[in-house]
Ligand binder design. Structure first.
Ligand SMILES: N[C@@H](CCC(=O)N[C@@H](CS)C(=O)NCC(=O)O)C(=O)O
Length: 203
């Protein structure tokens, strides 16, 4: 079995990096310098026409898009390790939150960044303010989900937590604070303290 993982530090790839460490499966990491077009072309060109990290190559099956990779890792390795639900209602919940993270939450943060901190000529104050409101509403969804549980799917930690908390790390880096969301703040802290994340943060 061989897994090659294409990543860049402090990027969407961090979500998958965390899961690989938690799953304790051997992989070869290929670091891509996103600021170097030649490096990107050489490393990502053959595996991702979208020219972005993360990419996972598992025995020749190449997958891009972080949510798709998490789902693949979960189904392939996570069920046996207790980090992803078996098929059934909990699996449905896992899919819901993984897709929501990318399609709703990450997209709103992208809109907010583009309209407030992006290239000056592309900024739009009203669109930025709307995106920030959307982010708060989406945070409230996570806050409510965590009101009766320690982790997104219940009492057991899962790849969903690593994926979503990694996005919260990114949002914190972008200046989005959690003072109005105590359940989220406690959960981010709980998950971040895990040895796999601590190892990656120290690397
Ligand atoms: N929706 C994609 C986003 C992938 C993405 O945009 N990755 C960024 C890093 S966060 C990237 O590699 N961008 C290419 C570049 O900066 O040249 C995913 O979740 O995997």
């Amino acid at each position: 079995m061989s897994i090659t993982f294409y990543f860049a530090p402090m990027s969407t790839a961090s979500t998958v990096h965390w899961s690989l460490e938690e799953l304790e499966i051997p992989y070869e990491g290929v670091q891509v310098n996103l600021k170097d077009e030649a490096d990107k072309k050489a490393k990502l060109g053959p595996v991702n026409p979208n020219m972005a990290v993360p990419v996972l190559d598992h025995d020749g099956t190449v997958i891009f898009e972080s949510a798709a990779i998490q789902i693949y890792l979960g189904e392939t390795f996570g069920v046996d390790k207790g980090l992803y639900p078996k098929p059934g209602p909990k699996r449905g919940e896992a899919l819901k939150w993984l897709v929501w993270t990318n399609v709703s939450l990450s997209a709103a943060v992208g809109r907010w960044l583009g309209n407030t901190q992006g290239e000056e000529s592309m900024r739009n104050e009203a669109a930025g303010a709307q995106a920030r409101k959307d982010i708060a509403r989406l945070h409230a969804m996570v806050e409510a989900n965590l009101s009766d549980r320690d982790y997104m799917l219940g009492e057991n930690v899962s790849l969903v937590d690593f994926h979503l908390v990694s996005h919260f790390h990114w949002m914190s880096y972008c200046g989005i604070d959690l003072s109005d969301f105590p359940n989220v703040a406690a959960w981010v802290e709980r998950c971040s303290a895990r040895p796999a994340n601590q190892k990656l943060m120290a690397a």
